[in-house]
Design a protein around this ligand. Structure first.
Ligand SMILES: Nc1ncnc2c1ncn2[C@@H]1O[C@H](COP(=O)(O)OP(=O)(O)OP(=O)(O)O)[C@@H](O)[C@H]1O
Length: 343
């Protein structure tokens, strides 16, 4: 079934239907997890050492952009050690009491996953320091002058925190993780592997050329890769053909995802900078108004990818399009004075 309302190239998780789809494709072990070789090696060592010493593995912080596999790795940490997993998220922990309820009900060896840990309430963060270090929390009983703190021992557990904004974590929290894994965007070879695995699991017959084409358009992100594959599968199903290169091109054209993985909004932003502001510099707010979008969406969703692939730079005077941006949109830079082919 297709998902109306899913922004195909937004790396954030879209909705429950997508969650169920992702769940079915998630690798269950480090061996099945594609790419991120460094992080895999580091995690393997940490987990094996803990197993040999029969203790809970150190607390782990997973840092990186959305859709690169943080939740998947947290599940793998639990699964590889045969440990139960409890899942929560920063936004769901808005009071120290929310966290106390979770921590006090953990069973020995449990893995506690807190997604978006940078969004947890400050009071809960402070409770977590002690819990991570000593497997203990202090619970306040009573109010005002008569309030007393009662210590509560916790079962030993492993905290796996995930964050897209590790810079927002206070140092005392960051320092209590035994290991921080920085997830990087995936290369095209790795994405082909992610896609090949997903295609096999979906029983979809896709050739290598088609996989390579999708891999080049999914912004280095497995979540987007799987999402595009799903649309290609729909296309092949409806048109009664194979999921080949033609099907990929036609399906992704239909959904406005171009050869670089840019969507309609990305191209609108680039086009505005080029055609209305002569290539820039242009301020964020002016740019947002000119494409009819929120400045925050431009800054957090559109720009990071455009900067990463070298179409845009952020300067103190505003956003500036690169020569590649002119070329990608098939426009001639006024500064160059050259015919398009020579740019
Ligand atoms: N290394 C990988 N190999 C194979 N599939 C992967 C890999 N990483 C991620 N995926 C796929 O991408 C989907 C998204 O991954 P996941 O939910 O773990 O990302 P995330 O980093 O936790 O995202 P968010 O920050 O939005 O929670 C998963 O369902 C999984 O199928």
């Amino acid at each position: 079934m297709s998902d109306p309302g899913v922004d195909l190239t937004n790396p954030e998780l879209a909705n429950e239907a997508e969650l169920a789809f992702e769940g079915a494709l998630r690798p269950r072990s480090l061996g099945e997890f594609v790419g991120q070789a460094r992080v895999r090696g580091q995690l393997q060592l940490l987990l094996t050492a803990a197993q040999m010493q029969q203790r809970t593995p150190d607390h782990i912080l997973l840092a990186g952009p959305p859709g690169l596999g943080k939740t998947t790795l947290a599940m793998i940490v639990a699964h590889e050690g045969g440990r139960p997993l409890r899942m929560s998220s920063g936004p769901a922990i808005q009071h120290a009491g929310d966290l106390a309820a979770i921590l006090s009900s953990l069973v020995p060896g449990e893995v506690l996953f807190i997604d978006e840990i940078h969004r947890m309430a400050r009071s809960a963060e402070e409770m977590l320091y002690l819990a991570m270090e000593d497997f203990r929390i202090d619970i306040m009983v009573g109010k005002g002058a008569g309030a007393t703190s009662v210590p509560l021992d916790l079962a030993p557990f492993t905290l796996v925190g995930a964050t897209t904004r590790s810079g927002l974590l206070p140092n005392p929290l960051r320092d209590r993780f035994g290991f921080t894994a920085h997830l990087e965007f995936y290369g095209e070879d790795e994405l082909r592997e992610v896609l090949g695995r997903a295609a096999r699991m979906l029983g979809l017959d896709v050739d290598g050329e088609a996989l390579a084409e999708i891999a080049g358009r999914c912004r280095g992100t497995p979540r987007i890769a799987n999402r595009l594959l799903r649309r290609v599968r729909d296309y092949a199903l409806v048109h009664g053909g194979r999921a080949d290169l033609d099907a990929v091109r036609a399906a992704l054209e239909l959904y406005d995802v171009d050869e670089l993985g840019l969507d309609r909004l990305d191209r609108a932003v680039i086009e505005a900078i080029l055609t209305r502001f002569g290539g820039g510099p242009v301020g964020l707010n002016t740019l947002a108004v000119s494409v009819g979008e929120e400045a925050e969406t431009i800054e957090s969703v559109v720009e990071p990818f455009l900067v990463r692939i070298g179409l845009l730079t952020r300067t103190p005077r505003g956003r500036v399009a690169s020569p590649e941006a002119w070329r990608h949109l098939g426009l001639r830079s006024p500064a160059s004075g050259l015919p398009l082919d020579d740019l």
